[in-house]
Design a protein around this ligand. Structure first.
Ligand SMILES: Cc1ncc(COP(=O)(O)O)c(C=O)c1O
Length: 374
């Protein structure tokens, strides 16, 4: 068969399991598996639910296919997936992590490296002219970054650090928009809690690898041993969501691009961070690394400072005030409230754009911005 387009892979989500002619993926709810009277497992692939479940295998196969990866592994959250990678590095090794990424990742990685004697370097890896001179064992990028929307150039990072394990968190892109492995990443990470599941109703994480090397085998063994497996029901919900991933993501990106272009000209907006804007400092890189749009996440700086931003937040009626991103409903968050010590501007609002009609989103933002400046 010809190589399938990601839209087709998603829509069919691996199809039926072949056993009973289902069109939709089957949910296998079992924690253990039968052995025969001879004490031999009746199905050699299935012994115990902590490592073996066909619904989990099914969603992993779809994610691997979407990422053009050799294999994928799912986890109970995005952080569990990130932690699984970090835990394969040893005391004395060096981790280089992009600065200004999801605060939960930075915070956990700092603690983990301090505890385990791992040398940690943080740098703005979207700036190709100021890559730190070092020999990292791991380089960790987030593209686009949350909430600054920076777009690191994966190929440049790869050639600067040829011997490092290069990991890209592609949560705010999804495999519909970007496939980091094709630009030189070794492992791609997703918080599948976000757009991959897309309905703000489950927590999940995923890793996909270019090559199932020794590190990958260690990650898989640790997941089994330490028990960080995604439940079958969540795996099934994720599969169900993946079937509509392209239509959701394309619509979210379209809305986001439209809003970013309108917000850029709004009299009460001081700045818009969105890689789809020509003025974005890494727009050229984004054009190479992204397709079908530039993601569903953006940040705006509200004219007038902290109070004006909080007033705007309070007046929004269609956008819902909540943390997280990637759902079909648009969300807004004042990030400085969550991470006051990381240099986030006090007038920054992070917007996760959903699939609502763009005019409703625009009118909501416009009335809230105008109302807060009346
Ligand atoms: C870019 C990014 N990566 C990882 C995570 C962590 O994902 P989870 O909440 O599923 O653990 C988040 C959460 O917001 C995120 O935004």
């Amino acid at each position: 068969m010809n190589k399938q387009h990601p839209f087709t892979i998603s829509a069919q989500a691996g199809g039926h399991d072949g056993a009973v002619a289902d069109v939709a993926p089957v949910l296998h709810m079992t924690s253990t598996y039968l052995r025969g009277a001879d004490n031999v497992p009746m199905d050699h692939r299935n012994i115990y639910g902590r490592d073996q479940n066909d619904t989990v295998r099914h969603v992993e196969a779809v994610i691997a296919h979407l990422e053009q990866a050799a294999e994928a592994l799912v986890f109970p959250s995005g952080m569990a997936a990130i932690a699984a990678v970090l835990r394969t590095f040893r005391p004395g090794q060096t981790v280089l992590i992009q600065s200004g990424i999801y605060w939960g990742t930075t915070h956990w990685v700092r603690d983990h490296c301090a505890q385990w004697g791992i040398h940690l370097i943080e740098a703005d890896l979207s700036q190709t002219n100021s890559f730190p001179a070092c020999h990292p064992d791991l380089v960790f990028l987030e593209i686009p970054s949350n909430p600054w929307l920076k777009v690191a150039d994966i190929k440049s990072v790869r050639s600067q650090y040829p011997n490092a394990c290069l990991v890209v968190d592609s949560t705010a892109a999804t495999p519909i928009v970007s496939r980091p492995l094709s630009f030189g990443a070794d492992i791609v990470v997703h918080s599948a809690t976000k757009a991959m599941s897309g309905h703000s109703d489950l927590l999940a994480g995923a890793l996909a690898c270019k090559t199932p090397d020794d590190r990958w085998v260690k990650i898989a063994q640790d997941r089994q041993g330490a028990g960080a497996i995604l439940g079958a029901f969540e795996a099934w919900l994720l599969l169900r969501s993946l079937r509509t991933l392209p239509v959701r993501v394309v619509q979210m990106c379209k809305n986001a691009q439209d809003l970013a272009e309108r917000l850029e000209k709004h009299p009460h907006v001081q700045g818009v961070y969105y890689p789809g804007l020509i003025e974005h400092p890494q727009h050229a890189v984004a054009r190479v690394q992204m397709e079908h749009g530039f993601g569903y996440l953006m940040s705006i700086l509200v004219q007038g400072g902290r109070q004006a931003a909080l007033d705007t937040l309070a007046r929004l009626q269609v956008f819902q005030r909540a943390t997280s991103l990637g759902g079909v409903e648009s969300l807004v968050e004042h990030r400085h409230t969550i991470e006051p010590h990381t240099g986030i501007p006090e007038n920054l609002l992070r917007l996760s754009i959903g699939i609502e009609h763009v005019d409703d989103l625009w009118h909501d933002l416009d009335q809230a911005l105008r109302g807060s400046h009346a």
